[in-house]
Design a protein around this ligand. Structure first.
Ligand code: EPU
Length: 335
């Protein structure tokens, strides 16, 4: 009987693996490393950003339960927190809001673990985790030694880091060092969040961090499926960046198209492109497109990984054909 991964992936794909190991300390992690030599292996956190494409992963799965939050330094205006990779992300954000450690409020209610925040550079409502990461502690799986990555070495970019690309599968994150402010400087760039504050009689000047967290939770509850009820991995695709010329062409035929400046072009919301192609709320087999947010693919119940891939591929083909834009999954496909 193979270990089940059902409760370790938010898409709720009923996959199994050859071996499953949970560890709760760096020493335990290091003691597992010899077993990985020459084997297929995978590290999963909350499993909120991956899709098991096949029903069986023929390899070893590691899962962190390194849990701790320590204040390692306090200055007149900031704190440095060392957080175990296996901490629940939203519980950590709640802890920060309660203790007056500011910066992560906009990242409330995102499923997953703290370790993944440093790999994935999770972002929402104008804030990215990497903006507040001072350093990342890892174990080099080839040598068993500690390696500390400074912020600059992490190469943070939109939903990307050195751990997701160049160094994928070599380093396992054990702790993340977050530098947070003792002064509240709210980021209120998203109108949906501001509107909820205003509905509660608050303005950007009167809202505190708890109110901002509450507003973000409300926006996410309204737009995104409840991870406890519906299988999904949040945004399935990344928002594509197109050239200035292509953006102008698209705007000439679709003046209402939302678009945002990006460092290397113009960012177009994938959710809008998918909706234009008529996919919002549609289903294919036991997989579907969320009726409130077309960027989110959902498991309608007992979907297989390949059913989700079929849906994703059909969407990619339609968006490519209609807009000449390639959509790339944000979700990691595990075969
Ligand atoms: N839109 C549509 N139709 C849709 C969905 C969106 O027209 O079905 C339009 C919206 O009207 C809006 C624009 O697209 O004008 C952007 O939508 P939204 O603010 O919902 O954000 P997003 O770009 O779809 C990104 C992140 C989310 C994050 C939100 C808020 C990515 C891949 N996703 O979504 O992150 O919560 O911004 O900052 O960048 C996640 O990564 O899992 C995730 C949920």
């Amino acid at each position: 009987m193979y270990p089940s991964l059902l409760s370790y992936n938010t898409f709720r794909i009923n996959a199994t693996c050859r071996e499953f190991h949970v560890y709760d300390s760096i020493d335990q992690l290091v003691s597992l490393l010899p077993q990985l030599v020459g084997q297929r292996w995978l590290h999963i956190g909350g499993g909120s950003n991956l899709l098991f494409v096949t029903p069986h992963f023929d390899g070893i799965v590691l899962h962190s339960r390194i849990r701790s939050i320590e204040v390692v330094e306090r200055t007149s205006d900031s704190v440095l927190l060392r957080v175990g990779a296996g901490e629940d992300w939203d519980a950590f954000v709640a802890y920060c809001v309660e203790h007056g450690f500011y910066g992560l409020e906009n990242l409330s209610f995102i499923p997953g673990q703290v370790g993944a925040s440093a790999v994935q550079n999770v972002g929402a409502y104008g804030v990215e985790a990497g903006d507040h990461i001072e350093a990342v502690e890892t174990i080099d799986t080839e040598t068993g030694e500690n390696r500390l990555f400074s912020h600059a070495e992490c190469h943070y970019a939109y939903r990307s880091s050195i751990f997701k690309h160049e160094c994928q599968r070599r380093y396992v994150v054990t702790h993340v060092l977050y530098r947070l402010s003792l002064t509240f400087h709210p980021v209120l760039t998203h109108t949906a969040v501001v509107r909820i504050l205003e509905n509660s009689g608050l303005s950007p000047d009167t809202a505190d961090a708890a109110a901002l967290r509450h507003a973000v939770v409300e926006v996410r509850r309204a737009k995104l499926p409840d991870p406890h009820e519906v299988g999904s991995a949040g945004s399935f695709f990344m928002n594509p960046i197109v050239s200035e010329t292509q953006a102008q062409q698209l705007l000439s035929t679709h003046p209402e198209m939302p678009h945002y400046p990006a460092s290397n072009g113009v960012k177009v919301p994938a959710g809008w492109l998918i909706e234009q192609c008529g996919w919002k709320g549609r289903t294919l087999g036991r997989a579907g497109v969320h009726p409130m947010q077309a960027l989110v693919l959902i498991n309608l119940g007992q979907a297989t990984g390949s059913e989700v891939v079929q849906l994703a591929t059909a969407i990619q083909n339609d968006v490519k054909q209609r807009f000449d834009i390639a959509l790339h999954p944000e979700v990691l496909y595990i075969h």
